[in-house]
Design a protein around this ligand. Structure first.
Ligand code: ADP
Ligand code: ZN
Length: 511
């Protein structure tokens, strides 16, 4: 067999393997079933493309998105790999089949649903197979964030060719999902190779949202380079782009509803710019190569820790310092819970676990990076020295009593008023409404002590975050399943008090 390093240099033009690539390639060349968990950008494709140049036969690549397949096909052909895609949109299918039968293909890309067809299985038995490469392998697991039933069709196909090695690839899988991928695809547990997920040059920070635009403008003032602001709706991206444009920095919006020409232009402008901020929905960033992004801001809660890691991972690909700042609100959690209630029941526990993991990341007084890396199965040090909590340790106070008062006020006023009203009751701020409702004679009226007043708002947020309170359709607060433990079950609520933000001069133009 030729030397893999030589092919790495001559065919791919790389001077050496990166990270775990060498380990993965070694296993594949030795014919062992493998699950490779490598973050985006770590170079997963090389781990099957290179063996496809050394092994006898064709490497079958299963990939979920036709658009991505065609990108990969172009990239493979560009370095001289003999590759083809076999999908419903390809008009040259007969030619591809002939090339496969004739042993003239190193790589054959197909979608998972093709795997179930008996005709396709027969075709595969007509020429030697070198390898099954299963891209985005987390799609096979119901625990993963992107379950695709078609992936379940793969196992019978793989089992038909028991001697062909399997290489499952994913960027995003927690420990539970990984174990499930191995199980589903018949890969032994010790066949798992996990790359380091740490991105040491990214500084993580997470704060509650109060004035989103102002908070992001402050972040921009500290970070002069290109930046991405993720917002949750199309309208929000446009509003933010306009508001942030007033800081003097060039800004653009990006979302699927824009005219394709405008969208393409905004993206191209961003890629070319050295100081532009693009306000986008999460669709933005896939397949974009911009190594000098200096910050990624989230104007709302991402979908999962995996999504957060992937989206923040677009910052600082060049290795220079970059910042990832997430601004969250209690309503983000309320909305996420509503969404979970609407998915099919079988998927709800997994979704709930994902949300709890996010809540832990948001709520912690400890190291953010440690939580992230532990989520990806690593065993990081307790403190990283490069996240908000490590750099500026927040104080933690016991806010259980305030939480109990808050819940009592919600209960006594009938579980129908919003946070502002409940706060007014707790601090005894009289209004026409409170008089008319007769709430000023309640035992909870003005029950908060002076020194507790500052804790009321953050306690309200924390109660929503842990599902002790829920907001109804009209914004009224009512008890959630977490209320009981705090009122009666001896549970405590510790609250992280962020260090005082230094006041900024306002109106001083742009940074
Ligand atoms: P992933 O699929 O893991 O996100 P890709 O396979 O798309 O990553 O590779 C990301 C980038 O890294 C590509 O531009 C690729 O050419 C480059 N790359 C891969 N392996 C190496 C290597 N050993 N040395 C240098 N660059 C590499
Ligand atoms: Zn840290």
């Amino acid at each position: 067999m030729r030397d893999p390093l030589e092919i790495l240099r001559t065919t791919f033009g790389f001077s050496g393997f990166r990270g775990v690539q060498a380990d993965v390639v070694d296993r594949v060349l030795a014919g062992q079933h493998t699950l490779a968990v490598m973050p985006t950008g770590a170079g997963k494709s090389l781990t099957y493309q290179l063996p496809s140049q050394l092994l006898e036969g064709t490497c079958l690549v299963i990939s979920p998105l036709i658009a991505l397949m065609h990108d990969q096909l172009r990239a493979a052909e560009a370095v001289g790999i003999r590759a083809a895609t076999l999908t419903s949109v390809d008009s040259n299918r007969d030619e591809t089949i002939e090339r496969f039968r004739g042993g003239a293909l190193d790589l054959l890309y197909v979608a998972p649903e093709r795997a179930s067809g008996e005709g396709f299985r027969t075709l595969l038995s007509q020429a030697p197979l070198a390898l099954f490469a299963i891209d985005e392998a987390h799609c096979v697991s119901e625990w993963g964030h992107d379950f695709r039933p078609d992936y379940r069709l793969l196992r019978p196909l793989l089992d038909r060719f028991p001697d062909v090695p399997r290489l499952a690839l994913t960027a995003t899988a927690d420990a539970h999902t990984r174990a499930d991928i191995c199980e589903q695809l018949g890969i032994p547990r010790d066949g798992m190779i996990v790359a380091g997920f740490d991105r040491p040059n990214i500084r993580y920070a997470i704060s509650p949202r109060d004035q989103t635009t102002r908070q992001i403008a402050d972040l921009m003032a500290d970070q002069p380079g290109p930046g991405i602001v993720y917002a949750q709706t199309r309208a929000a991206t446009e509003k933010l782009a306009e508001a942030l444009g007033r800081t003097g920095r060039p800004t653009r919006a990006y979302h699927a509803g824009l005219d394709p020409a405008v969208r393409a232009r905004n993206q191209a402008d961003f890629v070319a710019s050295e100081d532009m901020v693009i306000c986008a929905t999460v669709a933005f960033g896939m397949g974009i190569d911009k190594p000098d992004v200096r910050f990624v801001a989230h104007a709302g809660l991402p979908k999962s820790i995996e999504a957060y890691y992937q989206e923040t991972g677009r910052a600082g690909r060049d290795g220079d310092p970059a910042v990832a700042h997430l601004f969250w609100g209690a309503d983000d959690f309320a909305r996420a819970r509503q969404r979970i209630a609407e998915v099919e029941p079988a998927r709800q526990p997994g979704e709930r676990t994902r949300l709890t993991a996010l809540a832990a990341l948001v709520e912690t007084a400890g190291c953010r990076r440690a939580i992230l890396l532990r989520h990806f199965g690593e065993d990081p040090p307790e403190a990283c020295g490069n996240c908000d909590n490590c750099l500026n340790a927040p104080a933690a106070v016991d806010a259980t009593v305030v939480a109990q008062k808050y819940l009592s006020a919600v209960f006594r006023t009938g579980q129908m008023f919003g946070a502002g009203y409940v706060e007014a009751v707790l601090t005894g701020q009289s209004s026409e409404r409170s008089l008319m409702n007769g709430h000023e004679t309640l035992s909870v009226w003005n029950i908060a002590e002076d020194e507790e007043a500052a804790l009321i708002k953050p306690v309200g947020r924390a109660l929503l975050l842990r599902d002790a309170l829920r907001a109804n359709a009209h914004g009224g607060l009512e008890f959630g399943p977490g209320a009981r433990g705090l009122l009666k079950g001896g549970e405590t609520l510790r609250l992280v008090v962020p260090p005082k933000r230094e006041r900024r001069r306002r109106g001083g133009g742009n940074a």
